[in-house]
Design a protein around this ligand. Structure first.
Ligand code: GLY
Ligand code: MN
Ligand code: MN
Length: 454
């Protein structure tokens, strides 16, 4: 890199995932693919927001997992071999003119040095070089159906390969890269877990700050601004658009308009999480705008909290992934029956799934580089067993539609979700996001302290 370029506060080399770990991942993937295979992984394109205004660049998660390379316009070719396995990166060359406009690039030499790949070539040369590298390989693993431009290029490389010196041997099978790679991504390494802890700590700070600035009359977007301020002040970005949903807005599961003013007597549901070095956190808290739950809000809140506790109990090695949801469903069904929001026996509520009227989503998902991370939830039709290193969210919720004429008006328009991020460990769990208060009493105490300090 040019010595005169200002280094980022965290340089690539100082990042949490070491060059050696990226190399280990590539080797493991090549071993699984077999020596007669090739694997191709493309970087994410730079996406435009409108006209010539780009979205902030976010690397493709698979590509990041295997390289740590942070730029667009790159393709990683993994070429397992009998004697030597090779990883080759096609990427942008240094270009002083372009760098003057858009900032520094690693270039081919920088990519070899930074990412530890065996070789790097200019991306402009890929059509000439890559088909020959694929010749004679039986299988190609790649992502298809994701980026139409990459799919088209892949077909063009096969045409070129066929046209090589008297007809090259085109690979017979094209397989989904995710089949091998996504199972690897499901198991977080020690370095990934410490990065996820760091990301969780940033997100915890953001949630606590957002809770502290909440008052009747404040706009949802002002609370959103506080979340983003705290994330950015710690060098993170938002992993997804925060949902800051006051009152009835919380009944819209993916609400993110964040335009309303918060009202005295309402609850506020915040679903927000930071992203640090491409790893995500996903937290939801629901708390009273004025600092104190009403009796009805508290009754419903405690049902969701108890459901979450029961679900977290089920996150253990050897337990099926689905056990947390089943535990949450049972507690919520029972709670809604006790509060007379549902009629009939517990058995009938569970059998006919009438609880879905108020709890319409699942209790969690894998978490990692993607918020809804990759990895199969079922294997051969059976729920997957949890193993150490897997990270899940646990996020039961209850949402009573404002226009539901069949429930007592006092419940209408209340939406509650509590979401934490949980690592399956050898002997149980580690809750990464514990430091945002969850118990109703602890929430009220924290809000009251914050108001005193204001
Ligand atoms: N924040 C998205 C989710 O909870 O799944
Ligand atoms: Mn979630
Ligand atoms: Mn969430």
């Amino acid at each position: 890199m040019d010595a005169k370029v200002n280094p980022p506060a965290r340089k690539m080399k100082g990042q949490s995932i070491s060059r050696a770990e990226y190399a280990r991942r590539r080797r493991q993937l090549m071993r699984m693919a077999g020596e007669d295979a090739a694997l191709l992984v493309a970087s994410a394109p730079q996406r435009m927001r409108n006209a010539d205004a780009a979205w902030p660049y976010r690397q493709d998660s698979d590509f990041h997992y295997l390289t740590g390379y942070p730029e667009p316009e790159a393709v990683l070719a993994l070429l397992p071999g009998r004697s030597v396995a090779e990883s080759v990166l096609f990427c942008r060359e240094r270009d002083p003119q372009r760098e003057r406009m858009d900032g520094p690039r690693l270039g081919t030499e920088g990519a070899v040095e930074t990412c530890g790949v065996d070789d790097a070539f200019p991306i402009e040369d890929i059509d000439d070089i890559l088909p020959g590298m694929l010749e004679g390989r039986a299988r190609v693993y790649c992502q298809f159906g994701q980026e139409p431009e990459f799919d088209a290029r892949l077909l063009a490389w096969m045409r070129r390969l066929r046209a090589l010196r008297g007809g090259g041997v085109v690979p017979k099978d094209f397989l989904s890269l995710g089949y091998l790679l996504h199972d690897m991504r499901l198991f977080k390494s020690r370095a990934e877990l410490s990065l996820m802890r760091r990301c969780a700590a940033v997100s915890v700070n953001a949630h606590r700050a957002a809770m502290a600035c909440t008052r009747p009359g404040v706009a949802e977007f002002e609370v959103e601004a506080e979340l983003l301020r705290v994330m950015r002040a710690q060098g993170a970005v938002s992993a997804y658009m925060p949902s800051v949903a006051g009152g009835v807005n919380a009944c819209t599961m993916h609400y993110n308009a964040n335009q309303s003013r918060l009202r005295d007597g309402d609850l506020l549901l915040i679903d927000a999480g930071a992203e640090v070095e491409c790893y995500a956190t996903d937290i939801t808290r629901t708390f009273p705008v004025n600092g104190r739950f009403t009796r009805d809000q508290r009754a419903l809140y405690d049902v969701v909290l108890t459901a979450q506790q029961a679900a977290i109990e089920q996150v253990r090695p050897g337990q099926p992934f689905s056990a947390a949801h089943e535990a949450a469903v049972e507690v919520i069904a029972e709670g809604l029956k006790t509060l007379k929001l549902l009629n009939g026996s517990l058995a009938s509520i569970l059998a006919n799934a009438s609880y879905k009227r108020f709890f319409p989503h699942k209790t969690g998902h894998w978490l990692g580089l993607d918020v809804h991370d990759v990895g199969d939830y079922r294997i051969d039709g059976e729920p997957r067993m949890l193993e150490p290193g897997m990270v899940v969210t646990v996020e039961p919720g209850v949402y009573i539609p404002a226009d539901d004429q069949d429930v007592d008006p006092r419940w209408r328009g209340i939406g509650i979700r509590i979401e934490d991020d949980v690592v399956t460990t050898r002997d149980g769990v580690e809750v990464l996001t514990d430091a945002v208060p969850r118990e109703a009493g602890a929430i009220e105490d924290m809000l009251s302290e914050a108001r005193k300090g204001a």
